[in-house]
Design a protein around this ligand. Structure first.
Ligand SMILES: C[S@@+](CC[C@H](N)C(=O)[O-])C[C@H]1O[C@@H](n2cnc3c(N)ncnc32)[C@H](O)[C@@H]1O
Length: 209
């Protein structure tokens, strides 16, 4: 069951300041991947435990999930993973946190909340203004991954990203997952549910040009 939080609520106006990469990771020079809407982060724990040559950052708007993930992180002593609580749009746009976007190799949006009603589209995490901000801040060659089981949402995200001329879609047959942030092709929690229930998956990868 999906639990939706309104990202436009004033509760998320206060923004967590992300410490420097040197403070949050053992080796700040590793490639950096950001997962937006990481929920309870099993996916990021799988990635960080198995790929020590990448650093991973998760942003999640449900505070309880972030607190639990942070506690689990302390227990496991994983040094290439960090969590931030809040609305990803506000956090990354904040002046103090913009260094994160400049340092990213890739970003994933896995099964974002669909917000089916048209009047709620503005709550969707992918917005034209946000994509424009990413286009102006991400390095050339960095990647955006999107994945969802909702066809309408996929079409909306695909159109929003491709409307920005700084992003081009990569043909799947030309894409080598073994060199990406997810070489083992781990699945997120939602993706496991979608696979078990034989629902469709719509996904794409875009490169900043
Ligand atoms: C449907 S769940 C998918 C979770 C996970 N990515 C997966 O694939 O299993 C979407 C997640 O995005 C989070 N979320 C929604 N809007 C967000 C935003 N603006 N910033 C950060 N997280 C957000 C929700 O709280 C929820 O945990």
């Amino acid at each position: 069951m999906r639990q939706h939080v309104n990202p436009l609520s004033k509760n998320f106006d206060e923004i967590e300041k992300i410490p420097s990469l040197l403070e949050i990771f053992d080796d700040p020079k590793l490639n950096l991947h950001l997962d937006i809407g990481c929920a309870s982060a099993e996916f990021l724990f799988d990635l960080a435990s198995n790929n020590k040559n990448w650093n991973y950052l998760g942003i999640e708007i449900r505070e309880r999930l972030v607190k639990t993930a942070k506690l689990k992180l302390q227990d496991k002593e994983i040094k290439n993973l960090y969590f931030v609580f809040g609305n990803a749009n506000n956090i990354l746009n904040d002046y103090h946190n913009q260094f994160i976007v400049k340092n990213l190799k890739s970003i994933s949006f896995n099964f974002p909340d669909p917000w089916f009603k048209k009047k709620h589209y503005k709550r969707r995490v992918i917005q034209p203004g946000f994509i424009n901000f990413l286009a102006n801040s991400m390095q050339i060659g960095s990647l955006i991954f999107i994945k969802t089981d909702v066809k309408d949402l996929f079409e909306y995200m695909d159109l929003t990203i491709l409307s920005n001329l700084n992003f081009k879609k990569i043909d799947k047959k030309d894409f080598n997952y073994s060199e990406s942030f997810n070489p083992n092709e781990f699945k997120t929690s939602r993706e496991k549910y979608v696979v078990i229930n034989e629902l469709n998956i719509f996904d794409s990868v875009y490169i900043k040009v």
